[in-house]
Design a protein. Structure first.
Length: 55
């Protein structure tokens, strides 16, 4: 019984991982299209810089 529960949970986690991976890729592409040369990496760098300047 425990094995079935673990397999079910693993399947659910794999589905969530795939969904999040696709969302990340889509957001990364949009960011690159609007001028962030490295997508999410560039956005994080800009956000960190803004936080640093605000401190």
């Amino acid at each position: 019984m425990e094995r079935m529960n673990l397999e079910k949970k693993l399947s659910e986690l794999e589905r969530i991982y795939e969904q999040l991976t696709e969302e990340y890729k889509e957001i990364d592409q949009v960011l690159r299209a609007i001028g962030f040369p490295y997508g999410m990496v560039s956005l994080k760098d800009v956000a960190r810089e803004l936080i640093k300047e605000a401190s």
